[in-house]
Design a protein around this ligand. Structure first.
Ligand code: KIV
Length: 276
């Protein structure tokens, strides 16, 4: 008997909702997620068939010019989430809770999560393990689906000593326990960032809810990438990112052509203006 004989069939949804995630995992249908922060890029990613859009706090690095995600505010995330939500209909929209908006108490987390849900997020994500299980529980019971985030958690980069693999050695067991605690509390999926592939495979096997990997190898239930990295908007990308295009070169070349044609008088041409 093959996996295909035993796995339930997955019917592609018209609109991705939380229950589709576990159905996809059971059917062995890999999940696709990409970040977006605005109404310009999100519809392109929807057209390209992304299942989920993460309005990540990587917004801080990618578009706001910060060196980390730490300065990002709930107002920043609210505006970015609202822009994405206004421009797509099919993908599940996950809004990231930024640093300082959820760690202190479940009630504070609820109030900030509600701000993202009000502007159109279908779920929120925040970083941390079992210590946030009560927060996951309160939000879930209040109608706010939660995506967990384990492994390297960029908002804790100061405590973690920078972007480093997490979950090696004895830390593996703790990561599995954290993942189970988040699932038990109601998390609908868990992002695993910078985790050795065999550890991500074990966490994935231990859970009923899907794992979404970034720098965690091929055995997670889905993958997520920061759009600007995968599209080649930056010259340097981390080794776990594949550049699927060279969008930076394409855009630069278009703007250079524009500059040249303005300077040599070929733009605007007769087709670009009216004579009467
Ligand atoms: O903010 C973000 O883009 C993220 C991904 C890296 C998972 O959290």
């Amino acid at each position: 008997m093959t996996d295909q004989d035993t796995q339930p069939e997955f019917k592609e949804p018209k609109k991705w909702r939380v229950h589709h995630l576990m159905q996809a995992k059971r059917a062995g249908r890999k999940l696709t997620m990409i970040t977006a922060y605005d109404a310009l890029t999100a519809p392109i990613f929807e057209e390209a068939g992304m299942d989920m859009i993460l309005v990540g706090d990587s917004y801080g690095n990618v578009q706001l010019g910060y060196g980390s995600t730490i300065p990002v505010t709930i107002e920043d995330m609210e505006r970015a989430t609202a822009s994405v939500a206004r421009s797509v209909s099919r993908p599940l929209i996950v809004g990231d809770l930024p640093f300082g908006t959820y760690e202190h108490s479940p009630q504070i987390a609820f109030e900030n999560a509600a701000r993202l849900i009000r502007v159109g997020a279908n779920a929120v994500k925040f970083e941390g393990g079992a210590e946030l299980a009560d927060t996951v529980k309160l939000l879930t019971q209040s109608g706010i689906p939660v995506v967990g985030h384990l492994g390297f958690t960029p908002q804790s980069e100061n405590a973690l000593g920078g972007p480093r693999m997490q979950g090696r050695g004895d830390a593996k067991q703790k990561m599995i326990e954290d993942a189970l605690a988040l699932q038990e509390a109601g998390a609908i999926a868990i992002v695993l960032e910078l985790v050795p592939a065999p550890v991500a495979t074990e966490v994935t096997a231990a859970l009923d809810v899907p794992t979404i990997g970034i720098g965690a190898g091929p055995q997670t239930d889905g993958q997520v990438l920061v759009w600007a990295d995968m599209a080649g908007m930056n010259d340097w990308v981390p080794s776990f990112v594949k550049k699927f295009a060279d969008a930076r070169a394409l855009l630069r070349s278009a703007v250079e052509d524009y500059r040249d044609q303005v300077q040599d008088g070929t733009f605007p041409g007769p087709e670009n203006y009216k004579s009467n």
